[in-house]
Design a protein around this ligand. Structure first.
Ligand code: F6R
Length: 609
């Protein structure tokens, strides 16, 4: 997500950290800032916008300094403004802090600090962290001990980097979850959120683990746990070239983003589940408004539309709330019938899709309540919706959407659980569902275990002239997304529809050897699906069936069986099938030598009609 850079040593520190941030630019950001040692003080310069804005503020002759920390922010809490940009300072102004990730209990900590007289400049959880650490520092301990004490008060998934005006050659870094890497030089030490920012300077790298605190000086690094016990670290030689380092060692951003999904699940759920397994979504409408909603319209394009289809299934099954899903381009010109008590939900990764934005403006003109499910904070859709739930998936670079889809479905699922709580829906087992959600990131990781098998399946069917994607219920909406992935990056025509529709026409397209991918996670319709499998096999089709690990019936009648973990929840089981389908599209495109991250004719953000 956000970029972190740090340097202590004989070079011009400001120049080094700005160069490091530049090397992290590919990850996307919307503001940037630096804190550097200036005489006996720390000077902070920060600005909304691109790095050129920050460089403009610093002037053409960069200040000379031997310690600096810098940050490029991709907004999650608070808009991308100068004030919300990092670094942030504590109450005394002695320390500067940059941060990636989320502090879940920041509101509680902020209230405590406000009661003690602390004054805050920004809306960020980062500034709260600076104040928590600053308060410990005021008691006279060294900076690293203040960080350790402060961190013990914070909950969440984050990484911090802190410097103090009083300790001229020391940077303290702590990792709870978000990545941090340290580069060892000769009489100099570097720090970054990602390896590409270190490679021009050093290839001796330490990857900090969760729960570790590192103290960087020009002489090197000392690592402890959060209680101060020393920890042995093992530097390695990073032999990646810069391009593959940007992709985290993966050949394409798409594969990197597929593999990021377990972490995306954690990010998406962060701060939204209570210890007693309930859902908290502070950002949505009041309970009174949520109780009043009589109908939901979900409006989106492409992959986001498919996330909407899955949500329709959940809203209608779980909440008994009538829900329609529209393509934005159809909705805006379709003179839609809108109940004044309805809720319009706009799903968008970029938040800039022209048709979705126009549809949103139409709803606003008709005074319909609007909710955004958006990834990019500060985007037009996020700004213009009445309320927004951010998907918290981090920047998505590959044109084909993968992790954003998973985060969209999960966010919509969280919203439906919140609605179920507010509307006191009998029969919705919130606690069990939340417990399953907590483990979902691990299940997504387990679903990756089938990667080699899928690579083989992709190699076998790469020359297919048509691939079917079929399912029933929730699996049917997933099959649309699986088909879209294959056609957009491997350029193979697909036919996707509910399995029960086959006999009404598409069955005519089945020929010997044609692969048919079945999503088959729902036990309630498994028998029906077994008949569909037999139908296509009888015409020479090859059935590739994705089902849950506990299934004992489909294996016997299937040509290729792919298993995903049983999560204990119907919707989550169906969502898991996206992992093998994304991998299937990826490896098919790779086997065909396609341009995976930038497929022909497509753009990441469709800002024109
Ligand atoms: C497909 C894909 C597109 C987008 C669509 C909407 O992989 O990425 O179909 O989902 O263009 O974009 P957003 O979500 O930015 O509104």
């Amino acid at each position: 997500m956000c970029g972190i850079a740090g340097y202590v040593g004989p070079r011009n520190a400001v120049e080094v950290v700005l160069d490091q941030l530049k090397r992290l630019e590919y990850r996307g950001y919307d503001s940037a800032g630096v804190a550097y040692r200036n005489g006996s003080a720390l000077k902070t310069v920060k600005r909304a916008g691109k790095l050129t804005e920050l460089s403009g503020l610093l002037g053409s002759k960069l200040p000379v300094s031997h310690l600096a920390i810098a940050h490029s922010r991709w907004a999650t809490h608070g808009a991308p403004t100068d004030l919300n940009a990092h670094p942030h300072s504590d109450q005394s102004g002695r320390i500067a802090l940059i941060h990636n990730g989320i502090i879940e209990n920041y509101l509680e900590l902020k209230e405590e600090l406000v009661r003690e007289g602390h004054v805050f400049q920004s809306e960020t959880d980062t500034e709260v962290a600076a104040h928590v650490i600053g308060r410990e520092y005021d008691s006279g301990v060294e900076l690293d001990e203040a960080v350790r004490r402060g961190v013990r008060r914070m909950r969440g998934a984050y990484a911090f980097v802190v410097a103090s005006a009083d300790e001229p050659e020391k940077i303290v870094a702590v990792r709870a979850a978000s990545p941090l890497v340290i580069g060892l030089g000769d009489g100099e030490t570097f720090l970054a959120s990602d390896i590409p920012a270190l490679l021009p300077y050093t290839r001796r790298v330490i990857v900090l683990e969760g729960g570790q605190v590192a103290v960087l000086t020009p002489a090197g690094v000392v690592v402890t746990d959060v209680n101060g016990a020393s920890v042995a670290v093992h530097p390695f030689e990073a032999d990646w070239d810069i391009e593959s380092a940007e992709k985290g060692g993966y050949e394409h951003f798409m594969l990197k983003e597929i593999h990021e999904q377990p972490d995306v699940v954690h990010q998406c759920l962060l701060g939204r589940l209570t210890p007693d397994n309930r859902v908290v979504l502070d950002q949505v409408f009041s309970n009174h408004v949520l109780q009043d909603i009589d109908r939901v319209n979900i409006i989106a394009c492409g992959t986001a539309y498919h996330a909407g289809l899955m949500a329709k299934f959940i809203f209608e099954r779980m909440l008994r709330l009538p829900t329609d899903v529209f393509y934005s381009s159809e909705f805006r010109y379709g003179d839609p019938v809108l109940s004044p008590r309805s809720l319009a939900i706009f799903v968008s990764q970029s938040g800039e899709t022209a048709d979705s934005l126009a549809a949103l403006r139409l709803c606003k003109a008709r005074r319909i309540r609007t909710l955004g499910i958006v990834n990019v904070v500060g985007s037009s859709i996020a700004r213009e919706c009445d309320r927004v739930l951010f998907t918290q998936a981090g920047p998505e670079i590959s044109v084909a959407s993968t992790k954003a889809y998973t985060a969209q479905v999960l966010t919509l699922f969280l919203f439906s659980l919140h609605m179920a709580q507010v509307r006191e829906m009998p029969g919705v087992r919130i606690k069990e569902t939340v417990a399953a959600l907590r483990k979902f990131g691990d299940y997504v990781q387990d679903a990756m275990a089938g990667e080699d098998q899928i690579k083989g399946v992709a190699a076998k069917f790469k020359d297919a002239r048509l691939v079917f994607f079929l399912g029933r219920g929730a699996d049917a909406s997933l099959s649309l997304e699986g088909a879209l992935k294959l056609k957009e990056i491997a350029y193979i025509p697909t036919q996707e529809c509910p399995a029960g529709e086959m006999k009404h026409g598409p069955l005519a397209l089945i020929e010997p050897g044609i692969p048919i991918v079945f999503g088959a996670t729902d036990p309630d319709v498994r028998e029906k699906l077994a008949s569909n499998i037999k139908e296509v096999q009888a015409r020479g089709g090859h059935a590739i069936v994705i089902t849950t690990s506990d299934d004992v019936t489909l294996g016997a009648i299937t040509d290729t069986l792919i298993k995903v973990p049983q999560t204990g929840n119907t919707y989550l089981n169906a969502l898991l099938t996206i992992v093998p389908m994304q991998l299937f599209a990826y490896y098919t495109a790779k086997a065909l030598g396609c341009e995976i991250d930038q497929p022909r004719n497509l753009a990441k953000s469709v800002t024109v009609e």
